[in-house]
Design a protein around this ligand. Structure first.
Ligand code: UDP
Ligand code: MG
Length: 335
C-alpha cells in the first residue's frame, strides 16, 4: 500500500515538474549527428544559432538552450570546423570512431538527457525545415511528449529514392511494424520521453521504430523537406537497404512466420502432387515422366530452403549481436 502511495506521489511530482518546465520557457537542446559534413556544418551551425536566438527572443525557450553536435568519427574537417566555432551555446561530442547515424544520435540524446527539458534531433544537412521547431515547441507546451516531424511530400527526392522509400514504409507496415509514414529522425522529445527511450538497450538500433513504443502523448508536425544543399548523402542504396532490413528484423518476426506458412503450404502441395503422380502411374496409361519437372521442383524447394535458412540466419545474427551486449559507442571527448 505504502509503495502504491509513493508511486502516485512520484507520478504527481513528475507531472507537476513536467508541466512547470512546459509552461515556462523550456530549455531546449538540438542534437545533430555529423559524419564527414565539412561542406555543410558551418552553415548549419549558423542557421541553428540564429534559430535558437530567435526562439529565445520570443521567449519560447530558455536562454540556456544549446546545440549539441556529435562528430561520428568524421575523416574530414568536420570536427576542426565545429571546434573553431566557439560559443557557449554549443557542445561537441566526439566519438572514438564511426558508429553510424543511429548510435551517434543516441550518444547525443544520452548527453543532453539531464541537461534540458526537451530535445530536438535533426540531420546536419538542413533537409529538415528548422522552422518546424516553432510548431514542435507549441505542441510540446500544449502537452505532447513526442512531436514527430513528418515530411509533406517527396518532390525534391529522386524518383528512385521516392519509390524505394515508399516501398520500404509499405513493406514495414505489412510486416506489422508501427512506424510513421514519412517520418525519419526529425522529432522533439520531452525530457521524460527521452529518458524512457534511453531505457531501450538494444544494439541494433532503429530509433524511429522504438520511439512509438515509448507511448506518451504524441503529435505530428508537417514540413517541406528540401534537397541536401551541399555534400553527399551518407546513405547510399546498399546502406539504406541494410537499414531497412534492420528495421524489419528488429521489430517483426513476420518473415519467420511466413517461412513456416510457406513450409506448410509446400508440404501439402507436394503431398497432393505425390497422390496425383501415383494415381497417374497406377490408374492411367500415361505415367508422369520427365527430367525438367523434377529439376524444377528440386530447384524450387532448394531455393525455398536456402531462403528460409537465410532469414533464420538474419535473426540468429541479431540475437548474437544483442547477447554480446557490446557498448554502442565510446566518447573520445566532450568539447
Ligand atoms: N550520419 C552519421 N553517421 C553516419 C552516417 C550519417 O552521423 O555514419 C549523419 C549525417 O551526417 C547526417 C545524418 O546522419 O547528419 C543523415 O545522413 P544523410 O543526410 O546523409 O542521409 P539522407 O538524408 O541522405 O538519408
Ligand atoms: Mg540528408
Amino acid at each position: 500500500m505504502k509503495k502504491e502511495i509513493d508511486c502516485h506521489e512520484f507520478a504527481h511530482a513528475n507531472a507537476r515538474l513536467a508541466s512547470k518546465s512546459r509552461n515556462d520557457s523550456p530549455k531546449l537542446a538540438i542534437v545533430v549527428p555529423c559524419y564527414n559534413e565539412e561542406a555543410v556544418v558551418a552553415h548549419t551551425y549558423n542557421a541553428l544559432c540564429q534559430k535558437l536566438n530567435s526562439l529565445i527572443a520570443q521567449n519560447l525557450i530558455a536562454k540556456e538552450s544549446f546545440l549539441c553536435f556529435v562528430d561520428d568519427g568524421s575523416k574530414d574537417k568536420t570536427c576542426e570546423l565545429l571546434l573553431s566555432l566557439k560559443t557557449p551555446s554549443h557542445k561537441l561530442i566526439k566519438l572514438t570512431r564511426n558508429y553510424g547515424h543511429q548510435n551517434a544520435l543516441l550518444a547525443g540524446l544520452h548527453f543532453v538527457k539531464d541537461k534540458c527539458d526537451c530535445v530536438v534531433s535533426m540531420d546536419c544537412d538542413l533537409q529538415d525545415d528548422i522552422n518546424a521547431i516553432d510548431e514542435m515547441l507549441v505542441k510540446f507546451k500544449s502537452g505532447a511528449d513526442i512531436v514527430y516531424g513528418v515530411r509533406k511530400a517527396r518532390d525534391k527526392d529522386t524518383a528512385f529514392k521516392k519509390y524505394t522509400a515508399l516501398g520500404f514504409y509499405k513493406f514495414m507496415q505489412t510486416m506489422g511494424v508501427k512506424i510513421l509514414y514519412n517520418h525519419a529522425d526529425y522529432r522533439l522529445l520531452s525530457h521524460r520521453a527521452c529518458e524512457n527511450l534511453l531505457e531501450f538497450k538494444e544494439v541494433n538500433l532503429f530509433l524511429r521504430g522504438i520511439v512509438p513504443l515509448v507511448g506518451h502523448k504524441s503529435e505530428v508536425v508537417y514540413y517541406e523537406r528540401g534537397a541536401r544543399f551541399a555534400g553527399e548523402s551518407k546513405y547510399p542504396f546498399a546502406k539504406m537497404l541494410a537499414f531497412a532490413l534492420n528495421g524489419i528484423t528488429s521489430f517483426s518476426i513476420a518473415p519467420l512466420r511466413l517461412m513456416s506458412v510457406l513450409g506448410v503450404v509446400l508440404f501439402f502441395a507436394s503431398i497432393c502432387y505425390g497422390i496425383y503422380a501415383l494415381y497417374m502411374k497406377f490408374f492411367t496409361a500415361e505415367p508422369i515422366s520427365g527430367w525438367t519437372s523434377t529439376i524444377l521442383v528440386l530447384l524450387f524447394f532448394g531455393g525455398m530452403q536456402f531462403l528460409g535458412l537465410g532469414i533464420m540466419g538474419e535473426y540468429i545474427g541479431k540475437i548474437y549481436a544483442e547477447v554480446k551486449h557490446r557498448p554502442r559507442y565510446f566518447v573520445e571527448e566532450v568539447l
